[in-house]
Design a protein around this ligand. Sequence first.
Ligand code: SF4
Length: 760
Amino acid sequence: MAPATPELPPIDPEEAGLRVTGPADHAAGLTAVRVSMAKALRQMGPVKAARNLLSVNQTDGFDCMSCAWPDPQGHRHTAEFCENGAKAVSWEGVRDTAGPEFFAAHSLSDLAGRTGHWLEKQGRLTHPMVRRAGRDHYEPISWDDAFALIGSHLRGLASPDEAVFYTSGRASNEAAFLYQLLARAYGTNNLPDCSNMCHESTSVGLARTIGVGKGSISLEDLHRADLIVVSGQNPGTNHPRMLTALEIAKRNGARILAINPLPEAGLLRFDNPQKPRGLAGHGTGLADKLLRIRSNGDLALWQAIGQLLLSAGAIDRDFVDTYTIGFEAWSAHLRELDREAVLRATGLPWAEIEEAAAMLASSERIVHCWAMGITQHHNAVATIQEFVNVALLQGMIGKPGAGLCPVRGHSNVQGDRTMGIWEKPPAIFLDRLRDEFGFEPPRRHGHDATDAVRALRDGRASVFVGLGGNFVAAMPDTEVTAAALRGAGLTVQISTKLNRSHVDAGRTALILPTLGRTERDRTGGVEQRITVEDSMSEVHASRGRSAPAGPLLRSEIDIVCGIAAATLGAAFDIPWSAFARDYDLIRERIGRVVPGAAGYAEKIRSRGGFTMPHGPRDSRTFPTPEGKAVFTVSPLEVLTVPPGRLVLQTLRSHDQFNTTIYGLDDRYRGIKSGRRVVFISAEDLAELGFADGDHVDLISEWADGVSRRAERFRLVEYPTPKGCVAAYYPETNPLIPLDSQAAESGTPTSKWVVVRLVRC
Ligand code: SF4
């Protein structure tokens, strides 16, 4: 065993003093309250903290800008937020600001040497800023000049398809609807969004099988289920209020089957801080069974479970005969299933698979939840369709307490797609847009997120507009993406805080500071509300309560209308300035254009909002070409890696939301003051000749022969399946090749990256 390498200076000085204490066995608890309050008071001060935390997720308050977990329809807790919701509210409500004096003091060359965490910590953006070609500093610019600059760049392009209009999942429904209207009136469908990187595999897999690319349950269904399957998801960190729903379901007698390579604290026990027992550390046990599956073993697992259910006769024959097609081909495929291949793919003993199948066979109402651990694999669509196969077999769609629940990671990512933010828009949406606004929208499909990078890289696009988000940090192949953005003629970032995408900016670059969810929006001189849609198709209003971080901030809607007016002028019969003054006018148009949103403006006035229709959930009607739910047959694959190589999955720490790093701790995995760590099993350490605490570089290998490197990670011995390692993104996004994508959906394969470790 080679001697442990000496402690190397960390890449981020803030990471000096990294400590490792081992995984936690429970989530939340008193510590969650302490951490939430400490961050809120430090960043917002007592008055603003109280106002914001007592308004978040309340019916007349604002919607949490973090994940897309639904709010309870009935009673809301006084504190209707989780620890990570409190972090998100505090991060946006921070009193620090980054204005003209900040940009005068920090050149882009200086900012390029800073970490993402440091950039965001500088505070709220308060002034429109421009970086003119050849300059190394951002300078103030007026709103009108900024809009005019964008308009002249867009009108100067040879084709509208040389522009890209990117959306992050924080954009409201109204802003998203106007943004797609702007892009399509301008002449392009280049409308990539963050769901291209996360649940695109879900949208494709579900649309093909049940006809709707969205989950089919309500929160009430989860409470009433008698079995909840949680696959490839870490709810304790990424959707923490889900733990409250799991606790309610457990109290109602439900069992939980969790499937995850890692023993995540939020799958083991929930110490609900809203309950004395939880505060006392005697919370609710969650998973009754945790399958510690090998990365990418889920397709094999669900084919095996399907086979076992078939042979056990656990079939809802009436449902299968009435509502589905393709059952015979699927069951024939499963009769030939290679058990050895299943064992190799899953890394699980057959007995454990049988136990899981028995849990399904003995259940009446099953909800299947999943997230990125499923969607970011090259065969993700096939795996999701296998979930659907098993749900169809048991008739678990369109009945109370049962259904499919892809859990969205960003607060309004589902709403944005519903509003038309999609590079592959359905014809019905474009027809209704034409009929409503009197112009013929483009029909050619546009660029998704990875195609947008290729177009910018290859000079086929030169203007990038970002409605929120941090594109450079969120995308794979960081250096390729950053260079593509730097090569653009113009980049425009509509943002609340400074991030990597403002530093890897176009030759000419604009930063347009926008209002956050916590802030009052008095655009047009009246109190405005926006609307969002959560993971369970609940649409509701959101109204900020705090004073804006600066007098020059504008709402996303106002900014989109400003860009549209400066680019399109009066070319179309679209009342941009009226829309900016009265958001109800936008909602009336949404009601006439968006399928399923009829009466939108009226419906949103009802307390708690309304639920978008969903044929399979509401009436077992399946809007597939066949008019039925479809069983699909997918070949079973067992992915292997060459000797001495490992499979990396990228993931979030508990102090992180997407690419936003709130802090350097990961309490549930026992990491303090550090992020450049690799979680690896004791077996792999021994086999590869490393020890806990050694420092390595990670090198990924891909068909293009390019060696992608991420430097100086500390190895942390951790309970992860042999051959499978894990590390945080965005630090490991440089390792993921742009071309490594899920089949059919194009989602980056961030959960399956073949790497080798090199001592450093
Ligand atoms: S569960 Fe998600 S939406 Fe709810 S408060 Fe927490 S982070 Fe926000």
